[in-house]
Ligand binder design. Structure first.
Ligand code: GDP
Length: 206
């Protein structure tokens, strides 16, 4: 699948303010600075679409992009939403902003009826971080389908990335019998793009 057109639509402060749930939707989330904007821009072939962290922690809203994609060059066009969710783990966030983020994210993840899958971004440079494990475990408890996307793989040797991926999945195995799909990516080297888009196409058409 290839994304032909990606356009920013709207930023919403809560799930009940989001656009009409009239097409499939895929959301992206992760710790601040994990490489979410870079990944979204890579997927959409548009380096200016999602803003790369100019002011971390500022965007506390649910950002919808309308997407037109096609599986074959002259095939039919599929329309769906890509959603850029505000990240977690900012160092300087105050209690009330954190609480607001939690309520917004929980409301969105549990109530958005057209949400097909969440892509949770994990920095491939690190051993499992508590905050990421807590987040994916929460998604599991809410029964929200998700994929784990390891980012910035170009920054480490492949063997190190592999060790971090394994450690994260092993840590998840302590809580869950079945593990979600995972993808290793690099926005710099443009790796993992086809894998993510193929997953979306499979879920969209399947
Ligand atoms: P966000 O805060 O999660 O949206 O993260 P950004 O996309 O803004 O990326 C944070 C920083 O990591 C920026 O300096 C990016 O250039 C860098 N970055 C993002 N993805 C990659 C990657 O795949 N490889 C490398 N080497 N750097 C990356």
């Amino acid at each position: 699948m290839e994304i032909k057109k990606a356009t920013y639509l709207i930023s919403s402060p809560a799930v009940d303010k989001c656009p009409k749930a009239d097409r499939p939707e895929y959301a992206f989330i992760g710790r601040s600075n994990v490489g979410k904007s870079s990944l979204i821009n890579m997927l959409c072939n548009n380096q200016k679409l999602a803003k790369t962290s100019a002011s971390p922690g500022k965007t506390q809203s649910i950002n919808h992009f309308t997407i037109e994609s096609s599986v074959r060059e002259k095939g039919p066009v599929e329309r769906w939403y890509l959603v850029d969710l505000p990240g977690y783990g900012y160092a300087k966030i105050d209690q009330s902003s954190r609480r607001r983020w939690e309520q917004m994210i929980e409301g969105y993840l549990r109530k958005r009826e057209n949400l097909v899958n969440v892509f949770v971004l994990i920095d491939a440079r690190h051993m499992p971080q508590k905050i990421d494990l807590e987040f994916v475990n929460q998604l599991g408890h809410w029964e929200v389908p998700f994929t784990i996307v390891f980012t910035k793989a170009d920054k480490e040797k492949p063997a190190v990335v592999e060790r971090h991926v394994k450690a994260f999945l092993d840590a998840m195995r302590e809580t869950w019998q079945f593990l979600p799909a995972s993808v290793v990516t690099s926005a710099t080297k443009k790796t993992g793009k086809d894998e993510i888009l193929t997953q979306i196409a499979g879920m969209n058409l399947g």
